[in-house]
Design a binder for this molecule. Sequence first.
Ligand code: GAL
Length: 679
Amino acid sequence: MTIWYGGDYNPEQWPRPVWDEDVRLMNRAGVSLATVGVFSWARLEPRPGEYDFDWLDEVLDLLHAAGVRVDLATATASPPPWLALRHPETLPVTEDGVRLAVGSRQQYCPSSPVYRERARELVTRIVERYADHPALELWHVNNEYGCHVSHCYCEVSAAAFRAWLQQRYGSIDELNRVWGTAFWSQRYDSFDEVQPPRTAPTFRNPTQLLDFDRFSNDELLACFRSEVAVIRERSTLPVTTNFMGFFKPLDYWAWAQEVDVVSDDTYPDPADPLSTPYAAMVHDLMRSLGGGAPWLLMEQATSAVNWRPRNAVKAPGQMRAWSYRAVARGADGILFFQWRQSAVGSEKFHSGLVPHSGTDTRVWREVEQLGRELAALSALDGDAAIVGTLVPARVAIALDWTSWWAIEQPGSPAEVSYLRTIFAWHSVITSLGLAVDFVQAEAELSAYSLVLVPVHFTLTDPQGANLAAFADAGGTLVTGFGTGITDENLHVHLGGYLGDALRRVLGIWIEEFAPPAGADLEATGAGEAPPVPLKGEVLGGAADGHVWAEFVRVTDADTLATFTDGALAGWPAVTRRASGSGSAWYVATLPEPSALRQLVEQLVADAGIEVPAPVATGEQVEVVRRGGAVFVINHGADEAEVLVDGVDVLTGGAASGLRLPSQGVAIVVGSSSGEAAGG
Ligand code: GAL
């Protein structure tokens, strides 16, 4: 077992002599895994049906001779120009009817039978040739599905959408019922009349939009499956495709079922002060998608990227600190895009492991240091082992792509960012030093003591029943605003929202939404929505609420905080109902961060979870327990001091009293604090 180290290797961008230097430098840096061939379709099949594998044979042999394992790509992420020039219908079309052109990448319609067939043919050749190559460790299917083209509105897609709808609904009457086409005279007489939700005069049918999101996810997943089927016929090696964190178009719960190992690309902005808590949330998602299993950080940057308007470099030590942030949260691989920084092309100003300026550089020295350290960490075993170990959590947040798609549709009661709401809860819990998993609302929840359900807009009856059963069985359930407003087809749960099961377990119903609203911006320019004032001991006194508010009616619950102003004055903002030995809380707004922290402290206590004692001084010190180790990472500008006993495996010295500079890391084993892993 090892913590993989390396990145995307694109030798086709370089003359042959450079390849020898590449493997020499890979050995120097401790590179153990190279992702090869991601964008090499045009090189592998320069003309339709004419294949050239000689160069790739040589690359794989070179890597093998150097002891570098290979994550071999199926090379289907960017078709060569000849595909679109011969088959223009393979080019994707936007919702406005614009057909996208060649000369960039990912220019294929996911539903195109021609694209899928040519891709399958290429994969067949690759698999036949390399399935038994001794360098192979992993298959890398395509690349970042949907990154640039997640929805295609062309005629080929339209036909595929109709077939998908026919399968889902069976009859056009059923589609009309579910889509609610009685509204605005939208009735269809046959499936032939149904279109993708292209740009239209005003609000498009919400259920049509939602189904098109589902369909678009399914079409990309079908592309993935079709390549995987080819691989599985000839190879038993594991398969992955690289995810992109919280990527709205793809429901990664579905995708995660089909990969052997979860892998993720993540490029937090070094200029963003919230990068650390946000990346922590992304890493927690990746661990959760795999059911807790170790995952791979497939791509990150050694320093700057090139695709932001302004591309901040990483501070000295930051690449290392951020890499340990991923390891702490369950990664067993630290990889980068890309090995050698390009000299030409759109990404030539994106950092690499080998920078433009060569090896006498701070980036290269950090690359070598991290390679050495990860190799040493990989060798630890027994109580000190890190590779393969878990990050146990007693807190979970329900995450639901359908709700994400739905609440952000035009026509919702308020402008709600699904992700920011989830992030607000996640960052407060992690700031207490507690581990958090993401779960599906229908999942088995008995491993958790506290489950939070923010903005679960489209709640199915089984999901509602599962969440209620969790509280009935002794769990602490926290339901946030915007939950259970509709079912999975966007039909409103009548009679007070929330659905029957949550209404019962929460002991409330909702009379009306009253989200804070600024005056109509276009008319008066009056600006941002004002906060809604509220107060309650549970929030630490008076506080502001944001994003949402509503008129909550209590039937069988205690009111722990109330709104204090305007039409809402005196109405409940936070409620709690004891439910057997558990409890069910409702929070009708998004309290400001300090109040949310107060609230979370109560929730954690209510759930019987102990907040771990501080492990280090300092404001921006991240503390994560993985296996028997405590990771202490100083993201702040000032020095921090480690307060726990045990040994720092990075230095071999005593942990207690260790002074960590900015970007400093300690990995402490044998501390009494580590035994509390998972809270
Ligand atoms: C990813 C992609 C890579 C590279 C990288 C740059 O989206 O998979 O090929 O473009 O971003 O940050």
